[in-house]
Design a protein around this ligand. Structure first.
Ligand code: NAD
Ligand code: WQD
Length: 339
C-alpha cells in the first residue's frame, strides 16, 4: 500500500479524503495540529474503515517535527496538503496568522519533501483565486483577480510558490493544484462531517443549524444581484465527490502521467445554484420548511461563480455524482448527529 501523507487529515475535507484513500488501496498518514478539528474525527474515520489511521499531532510549520514524520514513516510516496486556516472573515482580522500558517506550512513542507525523495504533491486551492470573474463558467485559464481577503491571497501566493519552486532547474516536484468550489455535505455514514465552530459563516451549516433550532432563521445575504433570482450563485460540490478528485490526482502523479510539473484543475460540479435554490433543495431533502428572510448584501461576496469542470473530466476522468438534494440530505443527517 502506497503511503500518502495527508496534512490537515482530521479536518472536514481531509477526513473524507483519508477514508477515500484507504478505500482506494492507499495507506494514508495523518498530520494535524487539531487547531480546527477534534479527535472525534479520528474515531469517525476508524469506525468507517475498521482500522486506525496513523496520526501525528504536530504543526505542519514545525520543520523538525515534520521531518520526524517523514523519517518515521520512511516511504511516503506523496503528500496531500490540506492544512491551512480557511475562515475568510477571520483572515481579515488576523492576516498575519493566515500568512504564517497557510504560506508557512507550505514552505516547510516544500523544504522537507525533497530531503526524503518525495516528489508528488496535491495542494488545496480554492475558487476564491478567481475573485469576481468577468465571464462564467470559470475555466482554469480564467485570469485570477486580486483576492478579496488575506485568506484568498494565501491561496494565490501558495499557487505562485508552487510554480516558482517547480520552475527551478533542479526541481523534481510535481504538483496538482485543485481549486475547490463550495464543498458541502458529509459522509453517508454521518460518522464524519464538518464541525461547526461558533456561528457558521457558510451557507449550508447555517441552514442545517436553523433547521435544527440552533439558529432562529437564515438571513439570505442580498436578493438584488444580477442573477436569475437575485441571490448569489455558487457551485456546491459534495465532499465525498471532492475527496475522490484527490484520489485520481494522486494516482496521476504516482503514474507519472502529469503533462506539466504543475497542473491546475477546477473541482466543482459545473453547475451554479442560487442561495434560494439551495434553500428549496434543503427543504426537499429534509422535508421541512426553513425559516429565512432576505437581508443586506454581505461585503466581499462574489455575485456568481461556478466551474467549467471540463478539464477535470477530460484529463482526470473526474465527474461529480451526487445531486444538490442528496448532498444537502447528507448535511442534514450529519447535523442531526451533532448536539
Ligand atoms: P478544516 O479546517 O476542516 O481542515 C483543515 C485541517 O488542517 C484542520 O484539521 C486543522 O486542524 C488542520 N491544520 C490547520 N493548520 C495546521 C497546521 N499548521 N499544521 C497541522 N494541521 C493544521 O478545513 P477544510 O474545509 O477541510 O479545508 C481543507 C483545505 O481546503 C484548506 O486548505 C482550505 O483552505 C481548502 N479549501 C476549503 C474550502 C471549504 O470551503 N471548506 C474551499 C476551498 C479550499
Ligand atoms: C455561499 C452563499 C453567501 C451564509 C467561501 C469562501 C471561499 C471558499 C468557499 C475556501 C453566498 C450566502 C451564506 C448565510 C447567505 N472557501 N449566505 N446567508 O462565500 O461562496 O465561499 O467558502 O476556499 O473562499 O469565501 O461560501 O457558504 O459562505 O456562502 O445568504 O448565512 O451563501 O452570501 O452567496 P462562499 P458561503
Amino acid at each position: 500500500m502506497k503511503k500518502i501523507l495527508v496534512t490537515g487529515g482530521a479536518g472536514y475535507i481531509g477526513s473524507h479524503t483519508v477514508v477515500a484513500l484507504q478505500q482506494a488501496g492507499y495507506q494514508p498518514v495523518i498530520v494535524d495540529n487539531f487547531s480546527n478539528s477534534e479527535e472525534s474525527a479520528l474515531a469517525g474515520i476508524e469506525s468507517i474503515l475498521g482500522v486506525k489511521v496513523p496520526t501525528y499531532r504536530i504543526d505542519c510549520g514545525n520543520e523538525a517535527a515534520l521531518r520526524g514524520v517523514f523519517e518515521a514513516e520512511k516511504d511516503i510516496k506523496g503528500v496531500i496538503h490540506f492544512a491551512a486556516y480557511k475562515a475568510v472573515g477571520e483572515s481579515v482580522a488576523k492576516p498575519l496568522a493566515y500568512f504564517q500558517n497557510n504560506v508557512g506550512s507550505l514552505l516547510t513542507l516544500l523544504a522537507v519533501m525533497p530531503d526524503f525523495g518525495v516528489e508528488n504533491l496535491v495542494f488545496s486551492s480554492s475558487c476564491t483565486v478567481y475573485g469576481i470573474p468577468d465571464a462564467l463558467p470559470v475555466t482554469e485559464a480564467t485570469p485570477t483577480k486580486p483576492a478579496s481577503s488575506p485568506y484568498g491571497r494565501t491561496k494565490q501566493m501558495c499557487e505562485e510558490i508552487v510554480h516558482d519552486v517547480s520552475a527551478a532547474p533542479t526541481n523534481k516536484l510535481r504538483t496538482i493544484l485543485l481549486r475547490y468550489f463550495n464543498p458541502i455535505g458529509a459522509h453517508e455514514s454521518a460518522k464524519i462531517g464538518e464541525l461547526p465552530l461558533g456561528v457558521p459563516n457558510n451557507l449550508v451549516p447555517y441552514i442545517t443549524q436553523t433547521a435544527a433550532g440552533i439558529r432562529e432563521k437564515l438571513t439570505i445575504n442580498g436578493s438584488d444581484y444580477e442573477t436569475p433570482d437575485g441571490t448569489n450563485v455558487r457551485d456546491y460540490i459534495h465532499v465525498v465527490d471532492l475527496a475522490k478528485a484527490h484520489i485520481v490526482a494522486v494516482q496521476r502523479l504516482l503514474d507519472r502521467k502529469a503533462s506539466e510539473s504543475v497542473e491546475t484543475f477546477n473541482v466543482g460540479t459545473g453547475h451554479g445554484n442560487s442561495v434560494l435554490e439551495v434553500v428549496q433543495a434543503f427543504e426537499k431533502a429534509s422535508g421541512q420548511k426553513l425559516n429565512y428572510s432576505i437581508g443586506p448584501r454581505r461585503p466581499g461576496d462574489v455575485p456568481a461563480i461556478y466551474a467549467d469542470a471540463t478539464k477535470a473530466a477530460q484529463v482526470l476522468g473526474f465527474k461529480t455524482e451526487t445531486s444538490l438534494v442528496d448532498s444537502l440530505a447528507s448535511s442534514w443527517k450529519w447535523q442531526q448527529t451533532l448536539k
